[in-house]
Design a protein around this ligand. Structure first.
Ligand SMILES: O=c1[nH]cnc2c1ncn2[C@@H]1O[C@H](CO)[C@@H](O)[C@H]1O
Ligand SMILES: [Zn+2]
Length: 392
């Protein structure tokens, strides 16, 4: 490694420009907004009546250890995201909250099919959210924190609407929608069930990511890449199931190293071997949308210090850092970065690297990605004292 090592404290992490590829719109509401919107629309099933207690309830309930139980908490956010006004406000606040945390580019995802209960059409949902993002961008720029936000349209993997949602994503591709995704409970819902949608998108030269390798392992990642043709992997953390250290499967090796929080920072890379799928993912630079705090809550990882992201970063997979659900994890981009700095030795150069990785992997056109890298991200890190020398 060469280049300057600059510490990554919470303040530096907040000031540094960041790019976010994996953030759920319905997982990032302000607790106070949920309470206000629920009071207005008559939703009376909220588990707490004041903002602090409600925020705590989301974090505690999402700490369930299982993805299906984690996902149950979304009932309460979806309940207040059903009208044009509600979606507009939530999207606008999302853009503003990300911007004030120093995010300069974000792809925010949500499933339009989950927002039809008050009579909106799929198109009406997309247009309300887009209008909200434009409003949030304008307010963020006024506040001195410019941000660009695009939408990813998600189809729920247990449902049968994926082709319709893929068509919707193509229809709005020049109006604020940059791609498509599938989400929801992973076990029992392989991505190949949605092959029609993915084939349609490929024929349309459209972009998509797939939640894979979070609650289910290698078969899910393999299908997402080799059958469905995903451009990126949502999470993909279980790719370590195809990695051995000293000949032992990663998880087994980690068991043995549990006592040592620096195990992944210290392990010599010559002792690490990639299987065929892991090598394919690294060789072809498939971006991994990694979300450390979320993975702890669903038991996809043991701790921040032993989260596979640090090993995958050292192995130069195309790692990106993300929030997943800011409300359920009580987190932000700068918090995720600061946690990794504290627990796994990340520095400013690491944050710069994952930020540029994310920007290279974004679904907006190449020239627009390049402009953000050269005009916003690199100067932002230079201003924080990073000399721009490659560290990897
Ligand atoms: O980490 C995750 N894994 C899989 N599905 C998720 C995750 N986070 C949120 N959602 C699901 O995506 C929907 C659309 O945003 C959410 O309603 C939730 O059900
Ligand atoms: Zn997700």
């Amino acid at each position: 490694m060469t280049g300057t090592v600059t510490a990554l404290d919470a303040d530096t992490a907040a000031k540094a420009p960041k790019a976010l590829l994996h953030d759920h719109l319905d997982g990032g509401l302000r607790p106070a907004t949920i309470i206000e919107l629920a009071a207005e629309n008559g939703y009376d099933a909220l588990p707490a009546g004041d903002a602090d207690a409600l925020g705590q309830w989301f974090r505690d309930s999402a700490d369930s250890g299982s993805l299906p139980r984690y996902l149950e908490t979304f009932d309460h956010t979806l309940a207040v995201m059903q009208t044009r006004e509600e979606l507009f406000r939530v999207a606008s606040e999302c853009a503003q909250d990300l911007a004030s945390d120093g995010v300069v580019y974000a792809e925010s995802r949500y499933a339009p099919e989950q927002h039809l209960r008050a009579g909106l059409t799929l198109e009406g949902v997309v247009e309300a959210v887009n209008a909200g993002f434009r409003d949030g961008e304008a307010k963020a720029a006024e506040a001195g924190h410019p941000i660009r936000v695009t939408a990813l349209l998600t189809a729920m993997r247990h449902a049968a609407k994926s082709t319709e949602i893929a068509q919707l994503a193509v229809r709005y591709r020049d109006e604020g929608v940059s791609g498509f995704d599938i989400a929801g409970a992973e076990a029992g819902h392989p991505p190949t069930r949605h092959l029609d949608a993915f084939e349609y998108l490929r024929r349309e030269n459209a972009h998509f990511t797939i939640h894979a390798g979070e609650a289910f392992g290698l078969p899910s990642i393999w299908e997402a890449i080799q059958w469905c043709g995903a451009d990126r992997l949502g999470h993909g953390v279980r790719i370590v199931d195809d990695i051995t250290i000293d000949g032992a499967p990663f998880a087994e090796w980690l068991e043995g190293a549990k006592g040592n929080p620096a195990a992944l920072v210290e392990v010599e890379l010559e002792r690490v071997r990639l299987g065929r799928l892991a090598a394919y993912v690294r060789d072809t630079r498939i971006p991994l949308e990694m979300c450390p705090s979320s993975n702890l809550q669903t038991s996809a990882a043991l701790s921040i210090s032993l989260h596979p992201i640090t090993l995958l970063k050292r192995l130069l997979f195309r790692v990106t850092l993300n929030t997943d659900n800011r409300l359920m994890s009580g987190t932000s981009m700068s918090r995720e970065a600061a946690l990794l700095a504290e627990a796994a030795g990340w520095d400013l150069a690491d944050l710069r690297w994952v930020t540029i990785n994310a920007m290279k992997s974004a679904f907006i056109p190449f020239d627009e990605r390049l402009a953000l890298i050269n005009d916003v991200i690199k100067p932002g890190y230079a201003a924080l004292g990073h000399d721009g020398a490659p560290t990897h």
